[in-house]
Design a protein around this ligand. Structure first.
Ligand SMILES: *Cc1c(COP(=O)(O)O)cnc(C)c1O
Length: 420
C-alpha cells in the first residue's frame, strides 16, 4: 500500500471542500463585474489540477536542469508556440507566476538599480508595478509618472514632454483602470525620441488584442507583458513576449534563475489550453461582445446622470466618477456588494478622497460576458447599478435587488458540473 490517500477532496478534506463549494456558490450567484476577473473553462482547471504539479522543470524546454522533463518540454513549447501565434511575435516566456513577476523580470533584465523608468501614475489608472512607491518597481528604480488629463485621457504630447525632461531608460505603457484605446504607435515615437525602451503591459486588454479588438503592441513595443487570467480567461499567471532575440535571452535569465525557481508546469499546461481557446474563431465573438457590453453599461450610466471618466469606453471597462456626489467609491462598492454586484472602488482623475475611500468604481464586462450575458442583460444590470447608487442608503432596496440579480444570474450557468 502506498502513502497516497486516493480519496477525492470531499472525502479527504471536507473543510476545504466545503469552502470551495461556497466559493463556487458565491461566483455563481453574484454578478462578477471586477474588470480584472474572469471565468476560466473546466478544461483549463483540469490541466491546472494535473500531475504536472509534481514536476520540477527548472530551465527551459529541451534545456532543463532536471531529468524526466520530456512531457514538460512538450507542454511548455506548445504554450510558447500558441502564445507567439496569438500575438504575432517571435519569443514568449510563459513561466512568470504572475503579472507582477513578469514585470519584475522586465526591469531586472533591462535595468540597473536606480535607473529611470516612466510609467502611468497608479492613481490615474497605472499599476503598482509601473513605478509605484510601495512596489519594488518604485523602490529599486527611479520612477517618474505621466497621468491623464481632467478629460480622463492620456495626452501624448504631454507624455513626450515629460519623457524629454526625465530621459527614462524604459517607458511603461498599459494600465489597470483606463477605458480608452492605448496608442502604442505613438508611445513608440515618444520612446524613440528619447532613446528609451518601450515596454507595453497589456494585462487588462490582452484578450481584446488577441482578437484584433484593440491595437496590438507589436511591432511597436520592444517588450510586452500580460497576465493570463484577466481578459485572456486562462489560469492565474503571467507571460512576457518580444521580437528581439537579445531581449528574449535576458528575459529568460531574469525569470530563471533570476527571480523564480521551478516553473509551475501545471499552470503552463493550463495556459496552453487557454491559448487554444483563444485561437478558436469564436474568440473574436467573445471579445466583440465584451466591448459591446461595456459600451451599453457606460451608455446607461451616463443616461442616468453618472459621470464616466473620459465619457465612455473603448474596451472592457468603465470608470464611474462620484466626484460630484455625496458618496464615495467605498460606499458604492459596499452598497453594490449588498445588491449582489461585485465591483471595486477606484481613484479617479482629480481625486479628492483618500485611496482607501476613493471617488469612483471600476466596472468590467469580461466575466459576465463569458457567462453568456449580452447587451440586454447589461442594460438591466446597469439600470440596477443606478438604482442602488441613486438610493445608496436604502438597505431594503439593496436586498431586493440582490434577489433579482441572483435570479438573473441563475439563467447563465457557468460550470455545469457541481464541484470544482
Ligand atoms: C493585474 C495587472 C498586473 C499584475 O498582475 P498580477 O498577476 O496580479 O501580479 C500587472 N499590470 C497590470 C496593468 C495589471 O492590470
Amino acid at each position: 500500500m502506498n502513502y497516497i490517500t486516493n480519496a477525492n477532496l470531499k472525502e479527504a478534506d471536507n473543510e476545504v471542500f466545503a469552502i470551495i463549494e461556497d466559493e463556487l456558490k458565491r461566483q455563481t450567484n453574484h454578478l462578477e463585474m471586477i474588470a480584472s476577473e474572469n471565468f476560466t473553462s473546466p478544461a483549463v482547471m483540469e490541466a491546472m489540477g494535473s500531475v504536472f504539479t509534481n514536476k520540477y522543470a527548472e530551465g527551459y524546454p529541451y534545456k532543463r536542469y532536471y531529468g524526466g522533463c520530456e512531457q514538460a518540454d512538450k507542454v511548455e513549447q506548445l504554450a510558447i508556440d500558441r502564445a507567439c501565434q496569438i500575438f504575432g511575435c517571435k519569443f514568449a516566456n510563459v513561466q512568470p507566476h504572475s503579472g507582477s513577476q513578469a514585470n519584475g523580470a522586465v526591469y531586472a533584465a533591462l535595468l540597473k538599480a536606480g535607473d529611470k523608468i516612466l510609467g502611468m501614475d497608479l492613481s490615474h489608472g497605472g499599476h503598482l508595478t509601473h513605478g509605484s512607491k510601495p512596489s519594488f518597481s518604485g523602490q529599486n528604480y527611479s520612477a517618474f509618472y505621466y497621468g491623464v488629463e481632467l478629460d480622463g485621457r492620456i495626452n501624448y504630447d504631454k507624455v513626450e514632454e515629460i519623457a524629454k525632461l526625465v530621459q527614462p531608460k524604459i517607458i511603461v505603457c498599459g494600465a489597470s483602470a483606463y477605458a480608452r484605446e492605448i496608442d502604442f504607435k505613438r508611445f513608440r515615437q515618444i520612446a524613440d525620441s528619447v532613446g528609451a525602451i518601450l515596454f507595453a503591459d497589456i494585462a487588462h486588454i490582452a484578450g481584446l488584442v488577441a482578437a484584433g479588438e484593440h491595437q496590438s503592441p507589436f511591432p511597436h513595443a520592444h517588450i510586452v507583458t500580460t497576465t493570463t487570467h484577466k481578459t485572456l480567461r486562462g489560469p492565474r499567471g503571467g507571460m512576457i513576449m518580444t521580437n528581439d532575440e537579445d531581449i528574449a535571452k535576458k528575459i529568460n535569465s531574469a525569470i530563471f534563475p533570476g527571480l523564480q525557481g521551478g516553473p509551475l508546469v501545471h499552470v503552463i499546461a493550463a495556459k496552453a489550453v487557454a491559448f487554444k481557446e483563444i485561437l478558436d474563431p469564436k474568440w473574436k465573438d467573445y471579445a466583440k461582445q465584451v466591448k459591446a457590453n461595456a459600451r451599453v453599461l457606460g451608455e446607461v450610466l451616463i443616461k442616468r446622470g453618472y459621470d464616466i471618466v473620459s465619457g465612455g469606453t473603448d474596451n472592457h471597462l468603465v470608470l464611474v466618477s462620484f466626484l460630484n456626489k455625496p458618496f464615495s467609491g467605498k460606499d458604492a462598492d459596499a452598497a453594490l456588494g449588498d445588491a449582489g454586484i461585485t465591483v471595486n472602488k477606484n481613484t479617479v482623475p482629480g481625486e479628492t478622497r483618500s485611496p482607501f475611500i476613493t471617488s469612483g468604481i471600476r466596472v468590467g464586462s469580461p466575466a459576465l460576458t463569458a457567462r453568456g450575458m449580452k447587451e440586454k442583460e447589461f442594460e438591466i444590470i446597469a439600470n440596477k447599478i443606478c438604482d442602488v447608487l441613486d438610493n445608496i442608503e436604502d438597505k431594503e432596496l439593496h436586498k431586493k435587488i440582490n434577489k433579482e440579480m441572483e435570479e438573473l444570474a441563475s439563467n447563465f450557468v457557468i460550470y455545469s458540473k457541481s464541484t470544482y
